[in-house]
Design a protein around this ligand. Structure first.
Ligand code: UDP
Length: 375
């Protein structure tokens, strides 16, 4: 039986962050394991034979308003400034997403577009983000028409593909991530800090983990070795339902399947991401050379196909945020609270939260502070 002081399960951003804090601030040894043979979790990236940095588990774009998170990461990486823009193919046109005044002007005749814009400003004000499900409830006839159009053309089918559920069946925060934006700003995010780690995410995580007290063991599945290892504290970033042997049933997750294609010409599309809400089975196409501005006479894209998560067959990517799932998660959390061992759950899977990368890191930093109080 091996005994370790601190065991971290999962080498993604959450696991790496908490491991670093424990090693550096508490000056204690940390063992971090991952069932994959790579670090960096779903942020894992690599340079391919065409000199293009590929995000193996789909496009990752870093953005944050959290000073502490930006400061923490900036210790380990320089940043390539990158401001993400997305367009969606709607009725043969590529319109900016979040749907904004530029999108309105591309779709509707001039007079009509101006009428919508005026009404939106009068109703909500400038630079405001309005979730589609809110806009749909508008009493005004014109705004209702606009809302219905955007709902049908941008949200309904994309959401059905992405989640297997309609927007109304999900927590409103899910579609609220991509609101209607009363602005002419075509950026996908408005955060103060935006960029891509200059040497990629894998290198960033490698540097976070580069500490003499941190010991990394890859290709180690916690569930296979749990009877052979003892710990004082466990920080678990995997699925909480699996941790407790699905005692209350399985928590649902959504998975993704990526079809990567390399083409023998410099660019495939004009944006890093093009969404396809209504046509095709995939939701979007990501083109990787845009992120770090890689130069190559080839280009690599991925077609993104959402699918149900099936244990043992694919990977859980997203928790499915809706009431009954939150309640089930809460049952597991209550169980964890009664667990006499020192076990802490974190990360998208451990917390069953739809974290962006910065929020996952923030959670790890906050959890560390909380646990350190009792150290
Ligand atoms: N969404 C949509 N149409 C779009 C973009 C987003 O319906 O063109 C909805 C969809 O439900 C999606 C959610 O908004 O799952 C959040 O989108 P986001 O781009 O944040 O998803 P992620 O990049 O995390 O997969």
């Amino acid at each position: 039986m091996e005994k370790v002081k601190n065991l971290v399960v999962g080498c993604g951003l959450s696991g790496a962050t908490i491991a670093r804090q424990i090693a550096e601030i508490c000056k204690e040894e940390v063992t971090i394991i991952d069932k994959r043979s790579s670090i960096a979790g779903n942020c894992y990236d690599y340079i391919d034979e065409n000199n293009i940095c590929i995000h193996k588990y789909g496009t990752h774009i870093f953005h944050t308003n959290l000073e502490e998170v930006w400061k923490f990461l900036s210790r380990f990486t320089k940043w390539h400034p990158y401001f993400h823009q997305v367009v969606a193919q709607i009725d043969g046109k590529e319109v900016p997403i979040p749907f904004n005044f530029n999108s309105i002007e591309m779709i509707f005749p001039y007079e009509m577009a101006k009428k919508f814009e005026k009404k939106l400003i009068n109703r909500y004000g400038f630079n405001i983000k309005v979730p589609i499900l809110e806009l749909k409830k508008e009493g005004d006839k014109d705004l209702e028409f606009l809302a219905q159009y955007v709902y049908e053309k941008v949200f309904l089918n994309y959401t059905l593909k992405q989640w297997g559920l309609s927007p109304e069946e999900l927590d409103p925060t899910v579609t609220g991530r991509v609101p209607i934006y009363i602005s002419k700003d075509n950026r996908y995010f408005q955060d103060k800090y935006q960029g891509i780690p200059m040497e990629g995410y894998t290198r960033l995580v490698e540097k976070i983990l580069d500490h003499p007290y941190i010991h990394i063991h890859l290709s180690q599945d916690y569930h296979k070795i749990k009877n052979d290892i003892e710990f004082d504290k466990l920080f678990f970033t995997g699925c909480i339902d699996e941790f407790y042997d699905f005692e209350f049933g399985e928590l649902p997750y959504r998975s993704l399947n990526f079809d990567f294609r390399t083409y023998p010409y410099p660019y495939f599309q004009r944006n890093a991401t093009v969404n396809y809400p209504n046509n095709f089975d995939f939701t979007r196409i990501g083109e990787y050379k845009y992120f770090l501005n890689n130069t190559s006479d080839h280009t690599v894209v991925s077609y993104e196909y959402p699918e149900p998560y099936i244990r043992g067959e694919n990977d859980p990517y997203y928790p499915i945020i809706k009431k009954e799932n939150q309640l089930l998660y809460q049952r597991y959390l209550n169980k964890a609270a009664q667990d006499p061992r020192h076990i802490y759950f974190l990360g998208r899977l451990g917390d069953y939260k739809y974290y962006d990368m910065d929020k996952a890191i923030n959670r790890a930093l906050l959890l560390f502070k909380e646990v350190k109080e009792k150290w």
